[in-house]
Design a protein around this ligand. Sequence first.
Ligand SMILES: Nc1ncnc2c1ncn2[C@@H]1O[C@H](COP(=O)(O)OP(=O)(O)OP(=O)(O)O)[C@@H](O)[C@H]1O
Ligand SMILES: [Mg+2]
Length: 324
Amino acid sequence: MESMLKVTNLSYSYPAEKEQVLKNISFDVKKNETFSIIGPSGCGKTTLALTLNGLIPNSIKGKLTGEIVVVGKKIKDIPTAELAQEVQILFQSPESQLFALNVEDEISFGLENLNIPWDEIKKRIDNILKKLDIENLRNSSIEELSSGQKQKVAMASVLVMNPKILILDEPTANIDPCSVRNFINLLENMKKDLTIIIVEHNLDFVKELSDRVMLVNNGRLVKIARPEVMFKDKTFLKIMSPPSDKKGMLRRIAAKAHIRECGEKEERILNIKNLNFKYPNNVPALRDVNLAVNKGDFIGIVGLNGSGKSTLALNIIGLLNCVA
Ligand SMILES: Nc1ncnc2c1ncn2[C@@H]1O[C@H](COP(=O)(O)OP(=O)(O)OP(=O)(O)O)[C@@H](O)[C@H]1O
Ligand SMILES: [Mg+2]
């Protein structure tokens, strides 16, 4: 099968840092393969992803050795505009990706830079907004979006470029469970025309989509295997299992949440009555919210992207002025 990406003996250290964060990594990704990179926090996954689209060393310097070949060409010989049509990356935090004032401008920006006619741009934007089910956000300003909505807009701005290789760095970090399911379906549909590289902590997501999985630890490649083999592997289990004291800590937190004794008088520490909140654009973000919280309560606020979870939390700590 045709190789889309070939990495040979790649090592890297950030500017002014002595220690290498990538150590002699070699792997090969085939055409139409979905290839996931997993490993503990700080092991070098994002750094590796940044080398694959040229941001390291083009924007972030440091010491890079080894070779990356993208669709048959050495990455350092590919002009930036051409590389943008080969490889696109969706960053771990959408904020670092978005810079336009509104959604349509954000999504059209990359295509306008390639001098694509506006009719074609418009068609591609219509298509991608529909695919991601965010047609309603087309004229929204970016600063009005929730984190999950920002993630989807960032995804649209990357997909609209029709790249051959799509790199996703923790794509599910901000999106609600319902949208994760839609996202998996969307990627499943795109797999036949795309080579996808996923960096993810959500192993269910990795398992469902990946043809092969690469485990990285401390900047070194540990193993590449099919998901069903990787997730039973002893070294994988050792590296990816939480340390026992962390498990103990989680149990202690959970136990504390239930320490209120039967018959003990409940102490109300928060009372929210008919809370309504509108952002300056007049969009209602909270409607008639009622919530009573007692001392010792352990409460999860859940809901779809854009449903108002963060707005509620910001109201509770007084960072937004509520309009009751
Ligand atoms: N801009 C930077 N300058 C210096 N060191 C950095 C920089 N960015 C990351 N590092 C360091 O490089 C190492 C690898 O970080 P990286 O962000 O690639 O890890 P990661 O596997 O993506 O982690 P996570 O799962 O938390 O996203 C870490 O030790 C980190 O502290
Ligand atoms: Mg990362």
